[in-house]
Design a protein around this ligand. Structure first.
Ligand SMILES: [Cu+2]
Length: 182
């Protein structure tokens, strides 16, 4: 047992002789790696381990956000956006600009070409996320022009990429993916 203690102590306490210079040798001893000089080094090591773990756990989240960033197909802060759908051109504009969450927004849809069988509407959501239902109903203002008001909420995750799926009955769905300011 004594041998084991000494072995362990020598192993852990390279500087055991300095630390136990009161004449007593052996345990209890302070392991060499716990010397005050080593504390900055140790904290660096622990910080590094902590950061590595954090990085590993946040990479998938960042990757998902980057994925969605590459899906962005409309700079709604600058101008209206147009998608082509079969024989229709679908133009979506949102005002006021820049487009902010939690503010009353006016959605304006302009359709050229084939007109939908019934009034179009907009489903607001986020790519890769199930948000609560948020539908903007649109009223015809003139031929091919529809307007409606709605609110884009602030996502609890902090992500800001939103999708407006414009549903045109009898034609299809045009998707606009854009950044929203929080
Ligand atoms: Cu969300």
């Amino acid at each position: 047992m004594q041998f084991f203690n000494e072995f362990l102590c020598t192993f852990l306490c390279a500087e055991v002789n300095i630390l136990t210079s009161n004449g007593k040798k052996g345990l209890p001893c302070v392991p060499a790696w716990f010397l005050p000089d080593h504390i900055p080094l140790l904290s660096m090591l622990f910080t590094w381990i902590f950061l590595s773990i954090t990085a590993v756990s946040t990479v998938p989240v960042q990757a998902a956000e980057t994925d969605h960033l590459s899906m962005v197909n409309c700079n709604i802060h600058e101008h209206a956006c147009t998608r082509e759908l079969l024989n229709s051109k679908v133009t979506l504009d949102i005002s006021p600009k820049p487009v902010k969450a939690m503010t009353d927004l006016l959605f304006r849809l302009t359709l050229t070409g084939k007109q939908p069988a019934a009034a179009p509407y907009i489903d607001l959501g986020m790519p890769g996320m199930k948000m609560g239902p948020n539908q903007v109903s649109l009223q015809a203002k003139s031929k091919g022009v529809y307007e409606g008001s709605g609110i884009i909420v602030r996502c609890p995750s902090g992500k800001r990429i939103w999708k407006a799926a414009v549903v045109l009955p009898g034609i299809g769905i045009a998707e606009f993916i854009f950044n929203v300011l929080y």
